[in-house]
Ligand binder design. Structure first.
Ligand SMILES: *[C@@H]1O[C@H](CO)[C@@H](O)[C@H](O)[C@H]1NC(C)=O
Ligand SMILES: *[C@@H]1O[C@H](CO)[C@@H](O)[C@H](O)[C@H]1NC(C)=O
Ligand SMILES: *[C@@H]1O[C@H](CO)[C@@H](O)[C@H](O)[C@H]1NC(C)=O
Ligand SMILES: *[C@@H]1O[C@H](CO)[C@@H](O)[C@H](O)[C@H]1NC(C)=O
Ligand SMILES: *[C@@H]1O[C@H](CO)[C@@H](O)[C@H](O)[C@H]1NC(C)=O
Length: 189
């Protein structure tokens, strides 16, 4: 996070420095993807839900909807990003999968992180008492943390201590096109 912020700050400083203007075009071109990353934060807010097909990627972790191997059911989870054998480390709606791609992960009106199906029915909620203006941030440990938007040190909930979570780091769960046996929802046995 701090490294990215530093780059974002450098960009701000650089664009104000007249000496660098001649290189501004190539500079902006080179850093355009980083600039996108700077604006597209690793967080979910009231106004920024996550739809099936979109993912949040942060520091080696990815949050989004996935299907286990040989299944079309959709689950919200966190997994290690871009490794050859995907490992899911947390699953939200493991009891109630969604059967199409109309699901959405958002901050509900009560401030909780919720997973809604295509009928706007909550299939999972962080279900704590939170401020209505809260933010869920994926951090560099692969932990999704729900906190007050105004004060991120005020934590309401985190995926690491979610009692519905039976997945622990190191447990491999095959997703999508991954090779290997399907151990989804059986790895805790
Ligand atoms: C994903 O991993 C592959 C193989 O390790 C690598 O070639 C590719 O650049 C990676 N993609 C991203 C977006 O990191
Ligand atoms: C929405 O509700 C209708 C009626 O209960 C049901 O037939 C349909 O399968 C539901 N759709 C989703 C995406 O859950
Ligand atoms: C939230 O927790 C309460 C108490 O455990 C439970 O009765 C309720 O069904 C839960 N709601 C959701 C949406 O999970
Ligand atoms: C939520 O909190 C953030 C940070 O304090 C603030 O910028 C934003 O305006 C607030 N949004 C609402 C809807 O109150
Ligand atoms: C997944 O499906 C393929 C093709 O239908 C099948 O060959 C394979 O054995 C299945 N794997 C598992 C783990 O069920």
């Amino acid at each position: 996070m701090s490294a990215i912020l530093r780059v974002c700050q450098m960009m701000g400083i650089a664009s104000k420095n007249p000496g660098l203007k001649i290189h501004l075009f190539s500079f902006l071109f080179t850093f355009s993807s980083l600039a996108l990353f700077c604006s597209a934060a690793s967080s979910i807010t009231q106004g920024q839900p996550l739809r099936d097909g979109d993912t949040l990627i942060y520091d080696g972790f990815e949050l989004g909807f996935f299907s286990p191997k040989n299944s079309s059911s959709r689950y919200v989870g966190i997994w290690y990003y871009n490794i050859s054998e995907p490992s899911v480390i947390w699953v939200a709606n493991r009891e109630r999968p969604i059967f199409d791609k109309a699901g959405i992960l958002k901050i509900g009106s009560d401030g909780n992180v919720v997973v809604l199906d295509g009928n706007n029915t909550a299939v999972w909620s962080s279900n704590v008492s939170a401020s209505s203006n809260s933010t869920a941030i994926l951090n560099d440990k692969g932990n999704l943390v729900l906190s007050s938007s105004g004060d991120t040190s005020k934590k309401y909930w985190q995926s690491f201590v979610d009692p519905t979570n039976t997945f622990l780091p190191g447990m491999n769960v095959e997703v999508n096109s991954a090779k290997g046996e399907n151990r989804f929802l059986t790895s805790s046995e």
